[in-house]
Design a protein around this ligand. Structure first.
Ligand code: TXA
Ligand code: MG
Length: 346
């Protein structure tokens, strides 16, 4: 298949491109597009065939449900049913934005889109290109992140191209995604709100609106059971090299990483650290995620960095642990997953 590449400035959207991309989706094709979190791979959420094509293009297991993207909050009533008050409270507070909510699915929503579950994940993204595309294609786009299954999520159009060129109809380049980690997912289908995937909308922000919100205990402890979001069960976001995370006192972890670098001089090595330690390491690649307490800056860069390690043939990756406060929880969750929970505490 020939993949068409187009580009639009999010500040001045090219209506012709949107009309064409909308037509491709309405006719059952697949279009990758930018959102404020990561690039998505979109198809018509109400066409079972489109969802099947998404799984095939990504090489994704078909029991891993897709998120349905809408561009008007009230459209949630067509994708879901028995929608609780908590849903509308959170929609008022955080939509459009990086929050996905799970409710019971409507009869019309095909099981192919929801991975066979009787619930559906719904999100109203704030990125202007995403909103324009959703409108142009009829209002309901099923979209997972636009990476090949198992690779880090794409935060630039060129990442999508690396993974999916020749496998989808179109890629819309709308620049870099400024958040850089996937949306927060909160399950509202059981009466006890639970975070299934942490993200930019933090537990504290959700609790300000709803009162107590739980965290899926498996997020930081795989031994706690099966994660409720099927996608969190797979080894995700993974670079090709072996990755290990070092947690604890900065001086101690810095010394441990230096020891490992010495012991692995024959391998291609990389370190992920913060500005205050970046001059301490002798590795093939040393990448700072920025100031140690700036989770937002760090999160936006991390997937691009993991992809760079792959293209540079890095075999061993040593990563400093960052704070798990607030948005730091989402950053560390993705780093733990990328390492396959290979974590050493000082
Ligand atoms: O930021 C995002 O959410 C991006 C952009 C493109 O919007 N999308 C994204 O989609 O991250 P994906 O498919 O890579 O991740 C969706 C996650 C998966 O872990 C999936 O298992 C979970 O959401 N999920 C979807 N529907 C669900 C449901 N009904 N119940 C539980 N988990 C669900
Ligand atoms: Mg994904």
């Amino acid at each position: 298949m020939n993949t068409v590449f187009v580009k639009t400035d999010p500040e001045r959207i090219d209506e012709k491109i949107m009309a064409e991309a909308g037509r491709v989706i309405k006719e059952g094709g697949l279009v990758a597009f930018p959102t404020e979190t990561v690039y998505g791979l979109g198809g018509d959420a109400f066409r079972a065939e489109s969802s099947k094509k998404i799984y095939a293009a990504k090489g994704r297991p078909s029991d891993n449900p897709l998120i349905v993207h809408i561009a008007k909050a009230e459209d949630a009533g067509k994708a879901g049913k028995d929608i609780p008050d908590s849903f509308w409270l959170l929609a008022d507070a955080f939509w459009p934005g990086p929050l996905t909510m799970i409710v019971k699915k409507s009869e019309a929503m095909p099981p192919e889109t929801t991975g066979g579950l009787d619930t559906v994940a719904i999100r109203f993204p704030s990125h202007p290109v995403a909103a324009a595309l959703i409108e142009a294609s009829g209002g309901f786009i099923a979209a997972p992140s636009a990476n090949a299954s198992g690779r880090p999520s794409p935060t630039e159009a060129r990442h999508v191209r690396e993974d999916l060129d020749g496998r989808i109809d179109m890629i819309i380049d709308g620049g870099s995604c400024n958040i850089g980690l996937e949306s927060t997912i909160v399950d509202l289908s059981t009466g006890r709100p639970q975070i299934l995937r942490p993200g930019f909308i933090t537990k504290e922000m959700l609790e300000d609106v709803l009162g107590e919100v739980e965290l899926d205990p498996t997020l930081f402890k795989p031994s706690a059971g099966r994660p409720k979001a099927p996608g969190m069960r797979y080894r995700h976001y993974a670079p090709k090299g072996d990755m290990r995370i070092f947690r604890g006192d900065t001086e101690k972890i810095c010394a441990r990483i230096c020891e490992e670098l010495k012991a692995n001089e024959g391998s291609r090595t990389a370190v992920i650290c913060a500005d205050d330690t970046k001059d301490k390491y002798a590795a093939d690649m040393v990448v700072s995620l920025g100031a140690r307490d700036d989770a937002k800056g760090a999160a936006a860069a991390v997937y691009g960095i993991l992809r760079d390690f792959d293209s540079e043939g890095i075999e061993k990756i040593y990563c400093e642990g960052f704070s798990e406060e607030g948005y730091g929880l989402a950053l560390m969750n993705r780093l733990y997953k990328a390492s396959g929970f290979n974590v050493e505490k000082d």
